[in-house]
Design a protein around this ligand. Structure first.
Ligand code: GTP
Ligand code: MG
Length: 207
């Protein structure tokens, strides 16, 4: 995938702020601190477009990143962050649910899990939920630099089993630290563009 432009269009807290240009959207969901914002930066070859933090709970709004003026990567606030109040948690849940349930131009929701750990009960719940809505064909296993390549399959097996993934669903390992796995991830996006009949240019020319 050739990235010629990427920009944040809006950090939204309510549906009326979502972009209304109808361009296709692809959302990233997962536990707080799993590496969603980092993954977006890595995919777009940007250092600090999406705000990253070692303390969980960095992303608290729904952030829409426009790529090549053609489609959006959408960064959602992470769940499972314990240090927030009940009402704040409920708010986040509602914000995510409203977005995921009502978005017509949302073509895929990608769950991110940490390659090292068995997915949590929250991950499983989120995966079941996105599957129910017809998403979840691609799962990203983050922080792949933390284990050796020889152990990938073992960890994939644990992730697949816990989430109850079907054999055709993909797991893509990425390391935002080492900038690895991005080509494979974009390859999967190209597959998503194709199955959804989206005319997104993967090799756009500079104008
Ligand atoms: P929230 O915004 O709280 O939901 O978190 P997030 O999922 O957006 O995570 P974020 O990208 O902010 O990353 C959290 C921490 O994990 C940061 O300290 C990152 O530097 C680190 N991190 C992210 N990706 C990787 C990776 O591939 N490898 C390693 N080693 N660390 C990573
Ligand atoms: Mg984030």
């Amino acid at each position: 995938m050739k990235i010629i432009s990427s920009e944040i269009v809006i950090s939204a807290v309510s549906p009326k702020q979502y972009p209304d240009d109808g361009k296709p959207e692809f959302a990233l969901v997962g536990r707080s601190n799993v590496g969603k914002s980092s993954a977006i930066n890595t995919m777009l070859n940007r250092k600090n477009l999406a705000r990253v933090s070692s303390s969980p709970g960095k992303t608290r709004t729904i952030n829409f990143y426009l790529v090549n003026k053609e489609f959006y990567l959408v960064d959602l606030p992470g769940y499972g962050y314990t240090k927030v109040s009940k009402s704040e948690k409920a708010n986040w849940g509602k914000m995510i649910e409203t977005y995921l349930q009502s978005r017509k131009n949302l073509y895929e929701v990608i769950l991110l899990v940490d390659i090292r750990h068995e997915p949590t009960a929250d991950d499983k719940m989120m995966y079941d939920w996105i599957k129910h809505y017809g998403y979840g064909t691609v799962v990203i296993a983050t922080k792949s630099d933390k284990i050796s390549r020889g152990n990938y399959q073992k960890h994939f097996k644990i992730i697949r089993k816990k989430l109850g993934m079907s054999a055709t669903d993909k797991i893509v390992p990425i390391s935002s630290l080492k900038k690895e796995g991005v080509d494979e991830l974009w390859k999967n996006f190209k597959g998503l563009f194709a199955v959804n009949d989206l005319s997104i240019t993967t090799e756009p020319a500079l104008k």
